[in-house]
Design a protein around this ligand. Structure first.
Ligand SMILES: CC(C)(COP(=O)(O)OP(=O)(O)OC[C@H]1O[C@@H](n2cnc3c(N)ncnc32)[C@H](O)[C@@H]1OP(=O)(O)O)[C@@H](O)C(=O)NCCC(=O)NCCS
Length: 214
């Protein structure tokens, strides 16, 4: 975040990549560009100053770059990380992107590869795992845990001690009552108010949130 670390390479030329680049530039980082397997994108710019330099396999041509996986869905980020591991990319190659407008409170930590966009607040003793995405204005209060590859959309508020499971997706402006758990791979609809634990791999929405579908 100081501008003194190695340049960043963003994997997946997505909307999230443009958001991550913007946050990284604001933090003083150099961003080389993106890698994406969509051959129609290779050679284009997804935003001014953000070229698509090649496909994911071309990561081997950039051994000095730090990587940030920018696929919007946690399962897609996990699949890309697995692929990169197969290409010889180790965990030490992943960088965090933390917008300068993020507040990380005492006792909190953010895992490698995670992206925290502007206005996000970790109040105290919050643990954010690896390859997590927190979009703007997310509030994670004391003792929350957001497990690896989870996605927390704009304006989400978590009460104290909430656990968001790996690869879970919490939609815009949802809120979760304190000490509850959103299970691995589950989806919470935008605007939901979650008052009970959500089991793994389910979609819940509404106020109070209830399971959608059969
Ligand atoms: C919950 C969600 C995943 C469901 O998507 P879906 O499976 O495509 O569901 P549908 O849109 O077909 O809707 C199914 C039913 O759920 C209802 N529903 C959908 N989203 C809802 C929500 N957020 N709150 C309350 N009800 C919702 C629909 O009205 C519909 O009800 P009906 O069957 O009585 O007509 C989706 O609506 C959502 O909220 N996604 C998060 C979006 C978001 O935060 N994006 C951020 C991008 S950065």
């Amino acid at each position: 975040m100081t501008g003194s670390r190695a340049p960043l390479l963003l994997v997946a030329a997505s909307g999230l990549a443009r958001e991550a680049a913007s946050a990284a530039w604001a933090a003083g980082d150099e961003v080389l560009g993106c890698l994406d397997d969509d051959l129609a994108l290779v050679g284009t710019e997804v935003a001014p100053g953000l070229p698509v330099l090649g496909t994911i396999s071309d990561v081997v041509a950039h051994p000095g770059a730090l990587l940030v996986v920018c696929a919007g869905k946690g399962a897609s980020r996990a699949a890309i990380v697995e692929r990169l591991t197969g290409l010889g990319v180790g965990g030490e190659r992943y960088a965090t992107v933390v917008d300068p407008g993020v507040r990380i409170g005492a006792g909190s930590s953010v895992g490698a590869g995670s992206i925290l966009l502007a206005g996000t607040v970790l109040t105290a003793d919050v643990r954010v795992g690896e390859h997590v995405v927190c979009m703007p204005q997310v509030v994670l209060t004391h003792d929350c845990r957001v497990e690896s590859f989870a996605t927390v959309c704009a304006g989400v508020v978590l009460g104290g001690g909430v656990v968001i499971g790996s690869q879970a997706y919490v939609g815009m402006a949802a809120s979760v009552r304190e000490n509850l758990c959103v299970g691995t791979g589950s989806t919470i609809g935008m605007g939901a108010v979650v008052l009970r634990d959500v089991p793994p791999q389910e979609t819940w929405a509404g106020i109070p949130a209830r399971r959608l579908g059969p």
